[in-house]
Design a protein around this ligand. Structure first.
Ligand code: NAD
Length: 415
């Protein structure tokens, strides 16, 4: 497909996991990319070729920086040069667990005066259906300098899977949509430049809702398998073998694995956006609500289980191995390690943690596994470089939530 002439300079708003992985894909397709972020330290780090996350290697960043086709800025006015602007800022939860659109709001207010006429403006941040139409469009229009300019509003909920080397942008099908036919055509043409398979949804609400469906589906199934796992453990039935057996059915079954609860910026967060949106519209989604509650209470379920198995945890030396939300990434957002840490502390345990990818977390430093003979070790996540034999050597009893530890030592209990 011929690249439309007005889609050569791309502005990315937010250089995080999503934004930087987009920079890489767009750079590889010969676009000129302007990376805008309000975090001065991050922008400086990127300029010096130090990657802030694992979606891009330092060596790749150095090549991209020196190409003359990418530059970073903390000045929103630089976006005036872009013909496509993609917004990829955080859409987290408040401390009370409710959706927090304040960062998206701020980004829209800041960039609005600089978006020139005929720009394709795409939202990739995850939010509830109607965010583009009812939240972003009014904010941009109210804060624009020139009320007569024509902006093509579109959305494409991001599906990047940090740390996944196979499912790159090109290989992960995209769902896109726009407010009108012109915006839909433009957003389709744009993503077709670097994504093999682009699905054009009839409305932005369909695209936005599809993202919430994907992640709500995973939350419900992970919460369900954790419930099944707890039951199997209580009955002495090896749940992973049960899942392996059920997976031999070639249709109508999809395996999910048990664990310490689901974390990260998406799966425990996006369903809260959907639940809030439904509540605002007077609708209830009780199954989803229950799944979210179940995930949020996973840490206290694990602590109760440990007390039943081992008695009081008071004074016990406990090591949590792996505090990231998944293997081989250094991201600790919404990690299940945090509520588990707090729940064990509340029982009077002496809780320490170790993670080969994280030095500082939760206002403390990673312990060395060899520092102690741990009375209880809880293995939540294992990275490629995790030293399993050291863990076994320095632990009296290990509860393994990963299913990856060898059972021979007799000290490992599978959860
Ligand atoms: N991380 C993932 O795996 C993933 C996957 C799919 C979708 N998403 C969604 O993508 C969005 C971005 O997530 P992320 O993981 O990249 O977040 P992130 O926290 O890694 O990065 C966001 C960046 O935006 C910057 N930022 C904040 N406010 C800004 C503003 N007003 N102007 C410019 N920059 C600003 C921050 O400094 C940060 O560098 C979220 O809505 C998230 O739900 C994330």
């Amino acid at each position: 497909m011929m690249r439309p002439s007005r889609q050569n300079i791309i502005g990315i708003v937010g250089l995080g996991y999503v934004g930087l992985s987009l920079v890489k894909s767009l750079f590889e397709r010969n676009f000129i990319v302007i990376g805008y972020d309000t975090d001065e330290n991050k922008v400086e780090k990127i300029r010096r070729g130090h990657s802030p996350n694992e979606t891009i290697e330092d060596s790749e960043l150095v090549v991209i920086n020196s190409s003359g086709r990418f530059y970073t800025t903390t000045e929103a006015k630089e976006l005036a040069k872009a013909e496509v602007v993609i917004v990829a800022v955080p859409t987290p939860l408040t401390a009370m667990g409710n959706p927090d659109l304040s960062l998206l709001e701020r980004a829209c207010v800041e960039i609005a005066p600089h978006i020139k006429s005929e720009t394709l403006l795409i939202n990739e941040s995850t939010s509830y259906p109607g965010t583009l139409r009812d939240f972003i469009v009014p904010l941009i229009k109210q804060n624009q300098g020139d009320g007569n300019s024509k902006i093509y509003f579109a959305c494409s909920p991001e599906r990047v899977n940090p740390g996944d080397v196979f499912y790159s942008h090109g290989k992960t099908p995209r769902v896109v949509s726009g407010l009108d036919d012109s915006a839909r055509e433009r957003v389709h043409a744009f993503y077709s430049e670097f994504v093999d398979d682009v699905f054009v949804a009839s409305t932005p609400e369909v695209a936005e809702m599809s993202k919430l469906l994907e992640n709500s589906f995973r939350l419900v199934n992970i919460s369900f398998i954790n419930e099944i796992s707890d039951y199997c453990v209580s009955q002495g039935i090896p749940v992973r073998e049960v899942i392996q057996a059920a997976s031999t059915k070639p249709f109508g079954f999809m395996p999910f694995l048990p664990g310490p609860g689901v974390g990260g910026h998406c799966i425990p967060v996006d369903p809260a956006y959907l639940l809030q949106d439904a509540a605002d519209k007077g609708k209830a989604l009780p199954l989803l609500k229950k799944a979210l509650q179940s995930n949020r209470s996973r840490s206290s379920q694990i602590t109760s289980f440990l007390k039943t198995e081992l008695g009081s945890l008071k004074g016990k030396k406990v090591l949590i191995e792996g505090v990231t939300y998944k293997p081989n990434v250094a991201d600790t957002r919404e990690t299940p390690a945090e509520p588990l840490f707090e729940s064990l502390m509340a029982e009077g345990a002496q809780v320490h943690w170790h993670d080969s990818l994280v030095q500082n977390w939760n206002n403390s430093e990673s312990s060395r596994v060899s520092d102690n003979k741990w009375e209880i070790t809880l293995v939540l996540v294992l990275h490629e470089d995790s030293d399993v034999s050291e863990l076994i050597r320095h632990s009296e009893i290990i509860f393994d939530f990963t299913g990856k530890l060898p059972m021979e030592s007799g000290r490992v209990r599978l959860i």
